[in-house]
Design a protein around this ligand. Structure first.
Ligand code: G6P
Length: 363
């Protein structure tokens, strides 16, 4: 096992540090360098769906929520994203022109597989976004897009989500190209940013780990954490909270920052820290004002942000600026490392957290 961990203390840490390679592998052969276009053979010849229903569980569900923003922005496809265990028991209304996208690292999650079978019986095409080759969801989907993250051993998913974000970006670019709804300048900027991601991640992961370690020491005795984000950063807030609770057993709640005033704000006090995503995007001023509400109640704040942003919080955590929604690729490892360093400091079983399974194959 020690050899398999490649010198890292845990599989989770190894997998976090594999993410530059994962992005590079997911992009390999899928970008046309001369024409700066995406070539996603897996979707070739398939009509662009009129509506897209994304179904998944856990971390894969958070990836789907993030992807929704891209499908809407670039391909102008109406998107719904749902938890598989809920969708399967609803009296859903689907059209033949719709498509369903099932996201599953393992390809074996019982609820996601049940959705696939339900949807297929209704004659709606299913695309599987899977990591494990030949898994049930991969085999039964009409089309399968593989994420190429390699085997993920740690129960808490890290590199698989990174690979899902990469493929969701490519799918949204692909359909945006097909429909002609994606501005050429955006397509070129996005593809360029994607190409630079592996090197950028490689350069910054060690410093991110240091920062995560430093912050984890300050907050390891917190009983509860609030994670906030808006827009495409909202799903990342959900994921940051999920990672922290999964492996450190510290209660954490992920919330849309604008929704905070409808409940969680009642909890804010000096012992209830907030971890915010305040990246340089159109919603930054809104997030900033939400954080001022937290500060007015003496809540302490860690905020992932970018250089030069006008934000006064206890712990600004500056990460490199990346084009558009691709800022997620920098924020995600920071969230993962914060959870990892906290859990490791607390002496938890990082790779095998209690009560959790890597793949939930029963209902
Ligand atoms: C389990 C795992 C999570 C994972 C979820 C969905 O709960 O512990 O890490 O996100 O299942 O798994 P899937 O394989 O369908 O992506």
């Amino acid at each position: 096992q020690a050899a398999q961990k490649g010198g890292y203390k845990h599989f989770m840490l190894k997998e976090i540090f594999e993410q530059p390679r994962v992005v590079a592998d997911c992009l390999a052969g899928r970008l046309d360098a001369t024409h700066q276009r995406v070539c996603l053979e897996e979707l070739a010849g398939m009509p662009v769906p009129k509506r897209l229903h994304v179904l998944a569980c856990g971390t894969s569900y958070h990836a789907g929520l993030w992807g929704m923003h891209l499908f809407e922005d670039w391909a102008r496809i109406p998107v719904s994203v749902e938890i598989a265990s809920e969708f399967r028991y609803r009296n859903v209304l689907l059209d033949e022109d719709d498509a369903v996208l099932i996201i599953s690292q393992s390809g074996e999650t019982a609820d996601s597989l049940a959705c696939l079978q339900l949807v297929k019986s209704m004659g709606v095409p299913v695309i599987g976004l899977c990591n494990v080759v030949g898994s049930s969801i991969a085999r039964e989907s009409d089309r399968v897009v593989y994420t190429q993250a390699g085997p993920e051993i740690s129960v808490a998913s890290t590199k698989a989500m990174c690979s899902q974000l990469t493929l969701l970006t490519l799918m949204a670019l692909h359909w945006g190209q097909e429909k002609g709804t994606l501005r050429e300048a955006d397509r070129i900027a996005c593809i360029e940013a994607l190409r630079q991601l592996p090197a950028l991640l490689d350069d910054h992961l060690p410093a991110m780990r240091e920062k995560a370690r430093e912050l984890s020491r300050l907050y390891a005795d917190a009983r509860s954490f609030l994670f906030l984000g808006r827009g495409h950063c909202c799903p990342l807030a959900l994921e940051g909270a999920l990672k922290l609770k999964e492996i450190s057993y510290i209660h954490a709640e992920g919330y849309a920052a604008g929704e905070m005033k409808h409940g969680p704000i009642a909890l804010i006090d000096p012992h209830f820290p907030t971890f915010a995503l305040a990246l340089d995007d159109a919603l930054f001023p809104k997030v900033k004002s939400n954080l001022q509400e937290v500060q007015a109640r003496n809540g302490e704040i860690i905020a992932l942000t970018n250089e030069g942003m006008d934000l006064q919080v206890e712990h600004p955590w500056i990460i490199p600026r990346v084009w558009g929604p691709l800022g997620a690729f920098m924020a995600l490892p920071a969230l993962q490392l914060f959870a990892y360093e906290t859990a490791d400091y607390l002496g938890k079983d990082v790779d095998q957290p209690r009560n959790l399974a890597k793949s939930v194959t029963v209902e």
